[in-house]
Design a binder for this molecule. Structure first.
Ligand SMILES: CC(C)(COP(=O)(O)OP(=O)(O)OC[C@H]1O[C@@H](n2cnc3c(N)ncnc32)[C@H](O)[C@@H]1OP(=O)(O)O)[C@@H](O)C(=O)NCCC(=O)NCCS
Length: 474
């Protein structure tokens, strides 16, 4: 069996008992074949958990005391860049290549994940299935998941009232975080914990909460959008539609076929970016205290609302429109744009949408959105401007010489697409990012509970102690 040999070669299974080796190999083979026989997600997950628990036990037994890398003083002062200190199963980010979801690149996901009937883009439901199980679901499994999320989508009336009472001047992300925190009232995990459940059951309640929470997000996001920018009236979730189509409907863009496809793609590609980014790490950290999925994800949303993280997609469009307005037109020379970029840098601001803490090449999430634009809106003036910036900004940032990565990230492109279809309210864009991010961070939270991940508690030092550690040493 070649696959067993491959796994053994990587020393992944040799420490496991024979029976578990077989089940691990069959799940590996299943992942390669991208098929599973069981229909429901929870059922499939409960089949996969024992083998994964054994795998982790074996990895810890075989390699537990070995170092993963070195930690330098610069790393401790430098936002912990490059420190390998966390396990994240759903996705891994390579500095050159970009993200892979369970081993699949974005173009591969676009190829193999089920799309809607008559659509091209992957359904976010299928990406969630992939993140949770490592397997590509069948179209029937995806349909079941769409129906299950629609069935779980209602939000309690007190949460509706809470959103309705927010002033329209309260940032949509603050409203979003507030509503998710309030939904904690519904947490099955918190109730079960109070009643004293066994540790081995944690994942099941985390799963139920995560499914409920993901399902309810379009109703929250739609309500915020309609309250802040429209007349506050909201249609009901359609149980026959998929998640992206329902979200598009709630935003009042459901009649635009391309916008619906955009939502499906957007929700898929913004879902996960390994574990160290602020929203993922914050969710994981708070979750490690056994705070339930609602409280944990609210923490992630608060991090996503920062301008160096998810809020950058709002900042990009604002900055680009300000540039267009100041320069008097979207059609300006490269030289004029170059000068504008330098002006931003000289005023001590960052160029939003460029740079990344890990990536060192153009973000494939940028490329994928660019391809969507080339296919559907090649003549949009803002898209043309964004393309022009792509040709200019990396050169300026390289010339300035500070940024480790002069290339665009996901946010450099994510605003220009919704604005084309009329969703022009930039302050709202990070909410869409937040809906998508739930898929990645909550699938990991389920695994955190299944694998019994402990309270997260890294060690900190004071500057005084760092100085003392190296006293008399060069
Ligand atoms: C994403 C980001 C926070 C990563 O930060 P980082 O890992 O510290 O990046 P670097 O190590 O390359 O930073 C080195 C220097 O370059 C600067 N730099 C990085 N990206 C920059 C950008 N887009 N424009 C101007 N300067 C930038 C940093 O501010 C830093 O300056 P400093 O030494 O004066 O503090 C940073 O690139 C950034 O602020 N980008 C713009 C905001 C954005 O698009 N965020 C979304 C990320 S997905």
């Amino acid at each position: 069996m070649a696959s067993l040999r491959t796994l053994r070669a990587f020393n992944l299974v040799s420490a496991l008992p024979r029976a578990h080796q077989r089940s691990l190999v069959s799940s590996f083979v299943a992942a390669k074949r991208f098929k599973s026989t069981t229909q429901g997600l929870k059922e499939r997950l409960s089949e996969l958990i024992p083998a994964k628990q054994e795998e982790v036990k074996a990895v810890k037994k075989a390699h537990g005391s070995k170092p993963l890398g070195e930690v330098t003083v610069d790393m401790a002062y430098g936002g912990m860049r490059g420190i390998k200190g966390m396990i994240w199963e759903g996705s891994v980010l390579d500095a050159e290549e970009g993200i892979r979801f369970r081993g699949l690149t974005i173009p591969e996901c676009q190829k193999v994940l089920p799309a809607a009937e008559g659509g091209d883009e992957p359904l976010p439901e299928s990406l969630f299935w992939l993140l949770v199980t490592g397997e590509v679901p069948s179209p029937e499994q995806v349909k079941l998941l769409s129906a299950e999320w629609a069935a779980r989508s209602a939000i309690p009336s007190f949460v509706e009232e809470l959103i309705d009472r927010c002033p329209s001047t309260l940032h949509p992300m603050s409203q979003f975080s507030l509503a998710v925190t309030a939904l904690q009232h519904e947490s099955q995990f918190a109730k079960a914990y109070q009643q004293g459940i066994h540790k081995s059951k944690y994942w099941e309640y985390t799963y139920e909460d995560s499914m409920d929470l993901i399902a309810k997000l379009p109703n929250i996001a739609g309500r915020i959008y309609r309250n802040v920018y429209k007349d506050g009236k909201l249609p009901a979730i359609n149980p026959n539609l998929d998640y992206g189509a329902n979200l598009a409907n709630l935003l009042d863009f459901g009649d635009k076929k391309q916008f619906v496809e955009l939502m499906r793609l957007y929700l898929t590609i913004h879902s996960d970016h390994e574990g160290g980014n602020v929203s993922a790490h914050a969710t994981h950290l708070v979750g490690s205290a056994l705070s339930d999925p609602y409280l944990s994800f609210a923490a992630g949303l608060n991090g996503l609302a920062g301008p160096l993280h998810g809020l950058a997609n709002q900042e990009v469009l604002r900055w680009t429109m300000k540039m267009r307005d100041e320069l008097g037109s979207a059609e300006v020379s490269d030289e004029t744009i170059k000068e504008y970029v330098w002006k931003t840098l000289r005023s001590g601001q960052v160029v939003p949408g460029y740079g990344h803490a890990v990536l060192r090449k153009t973000d494939p999430r940028y490329t994928c959105q660019r391809e969507f634009a080339l296919k559907h809106l090649p003549t949009d003036p803002m898209f043309k401007l964004v393309s022009q910036l792509y040709n200019i900004v990396p050169g300026v940032l390289t010339e300035q010489g500070k940024t480790k990565n002069p290339w665009p990230n996901v946010d450099a492109h994510s605003g220009v697409l919704p604005q084309h279809y009329g969703l022009v309210e930039q302050d709202y864009y990070t909410v869409l990012f937040g809906v998508s991010r739930s898929l990645g961070v909550l699938s990991q939270l389920i695994w955190d509970r299944a694998l019994g991940m402990p309270l997260e508690r890294p060690k900190s030092l004071s500057t005084q102690i760092v100085k003392k550690m190296f006293e008399g040493k060069n």
